[in-house]
Write a protein that binds this ligand. Structure first.
Ligand code: ATP
Length: 273
């Protein structure tokens, strides 16, 4: 059903405190929080508030989390959909969903619309591989462009979209007045990983030997999503052993398990290796 695309009341309780690292991205996106909270301050001299920003970075690095934090910090509703929801959609359904989403959002403005995996609908139109097969995706993309052009910048709706493939996006999406700002969300370095561990260790019952710095050093290449996964696995491993607290050994086992999972996934993606 259509309603299932959205959170029940579209409210989120994520704040910037829940997003670790990503200091530059947070700094850039704070401007959008200001636009949502106090639009009049910015339009006073005749300027137009941007309609959208593109969050660009690899999977699991916190793009969705950051978009939610913008809504949470500004205290506005969060509407979301994922580009992958539109794959193999019946004719007309994708475009109707986009129109529906914008209608709801305009009624609840100020608010955030978040489009995850926008490349799934926003792929360059010239790249259509199988003639005909991409018609519905194109309809959906066209309706998105029409909707973005159709509301005024001062309507209080700001659209954030996420992708890890900005290079394949239709240039029409990146034109001024659409997603004309890009915010880079990179994989965390060792300092970032330590900060992310600290966020995800917060709710856990820990033994004294647990050291976020050491955990960060042992997880090169991990994105935030994998770090969250490690913390949860460690808690389950310790619980299975009937421990009262999670210790460093549990984290080590959890890291091994998560690395094992990643290797399996990579094998499925590239079986020739
Ligand atoms: P995808 O592109 O795969 O949708 P994403 O970039 O949107 O990924 P999120 O869905 O935001 O990633 O991240 C998944 C989870 O990983 C978050 O809910 C959070 O628990 C954790 N996480 C990721 N990045 C961070 C971060 N910078 N700080 C804290 N937690 C993070």
């Amino acid at each position: 059903s259509r309603a299932a695309l959205f959170d029940a009341d579209n409210r989120v309780n994520v704040t910037f405190d829940d997003v670790a690292g990503l200091d530059e991205a947070k700094e850039e996106i704070k401007e959008i929080v200001e636009f949502l909270k106090n639009p009049a301050k910015f339009t006073r001299l005749g300027g137009k508030i941007p309609k959208g920003a593109l969050l660009v970075g690899p999977p699991g690095t916190g793009k969705t989390l950051l978009a939610k934090a913008v809504a949470g910090e500004a205290g506005v509703p969060f509407f979301s959909l994922s580009g992958s929801d539109f794959v193999e959609m019946f004719v007309g359904v994708g475009a109707a969903r986009v129109r529906d989403l914008f209608k709801q959002a305009k009624e609840k403005a100020p608010c955030i619309i978040f489009i995850d995996e926008i490349d799934a609908i926003g792929r360059s139109r010239s790249r259509a591989s199988i003639p005909g097969a991409n018609d519905e995706r194109e309809n959906t993309l066209n309706s998105l462009l029409v909707e973005m052009d159709g509301f005024t910048t001062n309507s209080g709706v700001i659209i954030l979209a996420a992708t890890n493939r900005p290079d394949i996006l239709d240039p029409a999406l990146l034109r001024p007045g659409r997603f004309d700002r890009q915010i880079a969300i990179d994989k965390p370095d060792i300092v970032g990983r330590e900060a992310i561990f600290k966020v995800h260790l917060r709710p856990l019952r820990l033994a004294e030997d647990v050291d976020p710095k050491k955990l960060a050093a042992q997880t090169p290449g991990f994105a935030g999503a994998e770090i969250a996964n490690v913390c949860n696995e460690a808690a389950l491993i310790a619980a299975r052993k009937n421990k009262d607290r999670i210790d460093m050994q549990d984290f080590q086992d959890a890291i091994d398990r998560v690395i094992g999972g990643l290797e399996k996934k990579n094998k499925i993606i590239s079986p020739e290796e």
